[in-house]
Each structure stands twice: as structure tokens, then as C-alpha cells.
Design a protein around this ligand. Structure first.
Ligand SMILES: Cc1ncc(COP(=O)(O)O)c(C=O)c1O
Length: 472
């Protein structure tokens, strides 16, 4: 343990924290894990608070993958040679493991390996059979990789409908969702997309929406990228048509591999707009025809990342050896304490230092907190300044709008008119700096802190100590 660590996790704040969240003690195995597998964090005195940006890998994941690569001979998959067959077998083994991890029946679901969650979302967007009269329905609170699907439906004449989120919690009431869901057009293609956990506010939108939407004729695309690193997604209980995720967010390594987990009939519904090496059974130049392969193969363009996909298997083993519920419990404790501690900080003027965007409790939310800092007169302190000051203290947090402009605009009180005026002023090109200047007097972004796999009290306390220094 570093001197810094022992200082904060032995102090009175830690005692209060334990009193408020006694179940934290039951997660002590994660402290051992951190010193054994993630010692580089404390050796480098890094306060890592950006798990929603990217997870961290354990030393043993790298060793296992390294040993595997040094021992085995792998060839490009999907051929009859022994090295190719080994690569193919390992891909299939990993597909089965992904399904088992999420309790998904192989009869019901298939796994398509992608480069990341964004590519999984794009696969749905470009292949969903949108036509005029069809609808793409989505919440304001969505990552840009979901928002971008609207460009596919637009060129095919379908309509895009957004469901607003309401401040201050940035949730949508069930009754409001139901009203929008009623607008499904019978016999048409209706796609509804939302995040299981917001990467802006940490809000966990109800998984109950999945069944309610399907009962009204919607196909449901669940963006699970920010949810699955610290929450159980049980696909034997919830049955979204499409699920998108990135593995590096779950266990840090490898980057460059994600998945689209799709219900088999929902996968059949998708029509690829092109074909590529690996996605067809037969293609002819002279006959100008091709036949797409069936199942996941039709969606994996070119050579899959067959050296790194076995590292996903290793990462899943690693998470299973800990248990996602244990991680979830620890993250909930830290989140509750950090919210309370930050909201309690006040300037001598009586004004609060921190304005939190999203729920101020732990119910129905995950471990990502978006906020802005304010001076003693109540003026916001630019989020980029906070980012720079945090970096000087070795604190890794994230600033900006986190690729989630819908939640950001609502949280920051930026109206449609203001955004249209800014876009109108820069018809050719617009940089983020131009937007910051245009949204005068309001913050154009926020600060995000997020917990994950080996977060501990010292990380949370370091954030509070940093915030306290910003008073006055
Ligand atoms: C909710 C959510 N969806 C999608 C993405 C996109 O993930 P990737 O950049 O790995 O494609 C992210 C990344 O932060 C996210 O948080």
C-alpha cells in the first residue's frame, strides 16, 4: 500500500464511509486483487476515474494472452489447415463464452465480433431495412454512435423521433416512454434504441422498456457499452433484439474488439449494404451475383481479429473469477459516497461548489457522475480548466460532452434555438471550440468521474480532496 493510500483509507472519512455503506467490507477481495493485479496503478500514483471511457486490464490477462501467443501457431481462420482450424475453433469458443457470460441461449442469440460498440451499432444502422413510413425512435440520452443511425434512416425516408429526458434526473418517465411506444406503425419497421446506462449521467434506463416496446411492435437496440462493465446483463431475463458493447470497457484488454449480440430472427432481418471477404458463400464477377453467408459470418467483414479475440475469452474468465455483482456493489458504495461528499462542499458564500447532472442517489444509476464546478459567485468554472487541474494531480477524469450531446444539452440548459443559431453561424465547418464560444455564458460541457473494476475509497477520496481545493 502506498503512503497516500494508507493515509486516506485509515482516516475518519473512511470510517464514516464504512458506516454508511457496511457492505463495502464484503468487497475487500477487490483490494487484494488491486494490489496483486493492478499494482501499476498505485506504483504510478494514478487516480483513475475514467472507467466509462476505458476499463483497466489485470496483469494476469496480459501474461495469459502473451503465453498463449508464444505457445500456439494460429493461421487466418475459416480454412481447413490445422493452424486455421485452431483459430476458427478459438473464435467459436469465444462466441460461446460471450453468450454464456450474458446467460444468452445459443438458440436465441448469436455473437458478431466487431471492432467496438460503435461498429456494432453501425452494423444495425446500415443494415436495418428502413423505408419510408418506418421509424427510428431513440432517447435524447444516447451516445453519438447511436445518434448517427438517424443518418441511415433519413436517406431511406424513415422518420427519426427523439424522446426527451427530463432534468434534473435526466430520466424519462415510463408513461412518457409508453406514449412514444404507442406510435409504432403496424406492419412497418420500428426500431427503438436506448442505453442501458447513460455514459453522461450514469442513469440506468429501465430494462423493462425492452418487453414493453417489443409488445408494441418495436425492435429494440440496447446500447450496453456503459452498463456491462459493472452490472449484470442477463439475456435469459431480458430479450433485446440487438445489444452493442466494447470489451475493453469491461476488462481493459484487448482494445479493438466489441460485439453485436443479436437475436437470431433480428439478425436475419438485417440486410448488409455490401459484401466483403468472409461475408459471402459465393460471389461472381461475370454473373454479378453473390450470396451472403448466414448468421454472424455475414457481418464480420474480412479477417476477424483472431489473435486478440482469444484475449476476450481470458478477460471474461477474469471477470467471472471476481463476479460482476461484487464489482457492482463496490461501485454503488463509492458512487453514493462521492455524490454526498461533493454535494456537501460549499463556498463561504453558501453556494454549492458542485452541480451534479443526473440522480443524486444510487437508485437506478451506475457509477458515472457528470457535474460542473462553480465559484463562490455561482459562475461555472470551465470544465477544461478542471480537467487540466485534475491532470496535475494525476487524476484521470473526462471533460466535454462525452459524445452524448442530447443528455448534455438538456443538462446544461442549452435550447434547440441556441444550437440552431450556433450551427447557423458556422454553416461550413464547426470545431468544438467554436461551439464553446457560441454557447456564451453557459457551460458547453461537463466533468465526468466514473468508477469500475478496482476503484477504491482512496480514488473517491482523492476526487473529494481535489474538489475541496477548488473552494474559494
Ligand atoms: C454508452 C456508450 N455507447 C457507445 C460507446 C462507443 O463505444 P466505442 O467507442 O468503444 O465504440 C460508448 C463509449 O464510451 C458508450 O459509453
Amino acid at each position: 500500500m502506498t503512503a497516500y493510500q494508507s493515509r486516506s483509507s485509515a482516516g475518519p472519512a473512511y470510517e464514516t464511509f464504512l458506516r454508511d455503506c457496511p457492505e463495502y467490507r464484503a468487497t475487500a477481495v477487490l483490494d487484494e486483487l488491486r494490489s496483486r493485479e493492478f499494482s501499476r496503478l498505485d506504483a504510478e500514483r494514478q487516480i483513475y476515474l475514467d472507467y466509462t471511457g476505458g476499463g483497466l486490464y489485470a496483469a494476469s490477462q496480459i501474461r495469459r494472452h502473451n503465453d498463449f501467443l508464444l505457445l500456439r501457431v494460429l493461421g487466418n481462420p475459416h480454412s481447413a489447415s490445422p493452424t486455421s482450424r485452431l483459430a476458427t475453433d478459438l473464435l467459436e469458443k469465444c462466441r460461446r463464452h460471450v453468450l454464456a457470460f450474458f446467460d444468452a441461449s445459443p438458440e436465441e442469440y448469436a455473437v458478431v465480433f466487431t471492432a467496438n460498440a460503435s461498429q456494432a451499432l453501425k452494423l444495425v444502422g446500415e443494415s436495418y431495412p428502413f423505408e419510408s413510413e418506418d421509424t427510428f425512435l431513440l432517447t435524447f440520452d444516447n451516445h453519438n454512435s447511436v445518434n448517427g443511425i438517424r443518418e441511415f434512416d433519413r436517406v431511406r425516408g424513415a422518420r427519426t423521433v427523439y424522446i426527451p429526458v427530463a432534468p434534473p434526473d435526466l430520466r424519462v418517465e415510463d408513461a412518457v416512454v409508453d406514449r412514444f411506444l404507442e406510435s409504432a406503425r403496424p406492419g412497418r419497421n420500428n426500431l427503438f434504441a436506448y442505453p442501458a446506462q447513460s455514459n453522461f449521467s450514469g442513469v440506468q434506463h429501465p430494462l423493462e422498456w425492452i418487453g414493453r416496446a417489443q409488445a408494441r411492435g418495436w425492435d429494440v437496440l440496447l446500447d450496453a457499452a456503459a452498463f456491462v462493465p459493472t452490472n449484470r446483463l442477463d439475456l435469459s431475463r431480458w430479450h433485446p433484439d440487438y445489444v452493442a458493447l466494447s470489451f475493453y470497457k469491461m476488462f481493459g484488454y484487448p482494445t479493438g474488439v466489441g460485439a453485436l449480440i443479436a437475436r437470431r430472427p433480428a439478425l436475419e432481418k438485417l440486410h448488409r449494404p455490401w459484401f466483403a471477404g468472409g461475408t459471402i458463400t459465393v460471389a461472381s464477377v461475370q454473373a454479378d451475383r453473390y450470396y451472403l453467408a448466414s448468421g454472424p459470418t455475414a457481418f464480420e467483414d474480412g479477417t476477424p481479429d483472431y489473435l486478440n479475440i482469444p484475449a476476450v475469452d481470458i478477460g471474461l474468465d477474469f471477470l467471472e473469477s471476481i463476479g460482476i455483482d461484487l464489482i457492482h456493489r463496490r461501485v454503488a458504495c463509492l458512487t453514493g459516497w462521492l455524490i454526498e461528499s461533493l454535494l456537501a462542499l460549499r463556498h463561504s458564500s453558501g453556494r454549492p461548489l458542485v452541480r451534479l447532472y443526473g440522480p443524486a442517489g444510487t437508485e437506478g444509476r451506475g457509477g458515472a457522475l457528470a457535474m460542473n464546478f462553480h465559484d463562490r459567485e455561482g459562475r461555472f468554472i470551465d470544465h477544461t480548466v478542471i480537467g487540466e487541474q485534475a491532470a496535475r494531480r494525476n487524476i484521470s477524469l473526462r471533460t466535454g460532452c462525452f459524445c452524448n450531446p442530447g443528455a448534455g444539452e438538456v443538462a446544461l440548459g442549452i435550447s434547440e434555438g441556441e444550437m440552431l443559431a450556433c450551427f447557423g453561424r458556422s454553416p461550413g465547418r464547426m470545431e468544438y471550440e467554436d461551439l464553446r464560444r457560441c454557447i456564451d455564458g453557459k457551460s458547453s460541457g461537463a466533468v465526468r468521474v466514473s468508477f469500475g473494476l478496482v476503484s477504491n475509497f482512496d480514488d473517491a477520496n482523492a476526487m473529494v480532496e481535489f474538489a475541496r481545493e477548488l473552494l474559494e
